[in-house]
Design a binder for this molecule. Structure first.
Ligand code: MN
Length: 235
């Protein structure tokens, strides 16, 4: 349990170091012993999150131990996905700028290189306006979180039109890995399109590459390299 919470703090800082999150964006884990709960930091920039900032929530996004701390307005993203997906053990929501163009145009988000295979062959886009009309774009209600999770379906990534992305995974390491390479994939597609038509990975290549990258050898190597590069003196 302590290790899981320590890793959640480290994940906050890795994602900040890679500019996947800035002052905004957040990452959570499902409670290791209670599948009906999750842990998410209080409302704070992820780079400065410590163990003392973590709050336990129900899947209805109600805090167990708020202790006066401010909460992220968009925690409904986390509860919505954990409710819909019993296989999901970690979730990240971010506004990674490189991904935004793909949510607002017809250019698809597809893997362009082997490391990008972890995002899945076809990434859906969720448009909050489809069900909820004009909003401030934030996912703040149970219904909005459930709607987002429905578009995510059984996948790893969902783009959020004019807003950002949500990434779900079977482990926290997998979510961090997917967020970092989703962002790199977006940057590379953007560059490649200035050169000309893009040849993406085939569905078969995506499946094989993603399988290799989801093995502990790759997952642990990335996690160790990225966590070694951040300051872990004050967790
Ligand atoms: Mn957001």
């Amino acid at each position: 349990m302590d290790d899981a919470l320590r890793d959640l703090v480290i994940a906050n800082r890795i994602l900040a170091a890679h500019n996947v999150v800035d002052a905004f964006g957040h990452v959570s884990i499902r409670h290791p012993e209670r599948p009906d709960r999750y842990f998410l930091a209080c409302s704070k920039g992820p780079a400065g999150v410590t163990r003392a900032d973590l709050i336990e929530f129900t899947l209805e996004n109600e805090p167990i131990d708020q202790n006066g701390r401010a909460m992220y307005a968009e925690r409904a993203i986390h509860g919505g996905i954990y409710q819909a997906r019993p296989d999901v053990m970690a979730v990240c929501h971010n506004h990674s700028a490189a991904t935004i163009p793909f949510g607002v145009t017809s250019v698809p988000m597809r893997p362009i290189f082997h490391m990008g295979s972890v995002i899945g062959a076809h990434v859906p886009t969720w448009d909050i306006a489809d069900e909820f009309g004009d909003t401030n774009l934030l996912v703040t209600t149970h219904d909005q979180g459930a709607s987002l999770a429905k578009t995510l379906a059984s996948g790893r990534v969902v783009l959020m039109r004019g807003h950002g992305t949500a990434v779900a995974g079977r482990t926290l390491k997998e979510v961090v890995f997917t967020c970092v390479y989703l962002q790199k994939n977006a940057e590379l597609v953007t560059t490649a399109r200035t050169f000309g038509d893009v040849r993406y990975l085939s569905d078969g290549e995506v499946e094989r590459a993603a399988q290799l990258l989801s093995e502990p050898l790759s997952q642990n190597r990335a996690w160790e390299a990225w966590s070694d590069a951040i300051d872990t003196s004050k967790l």
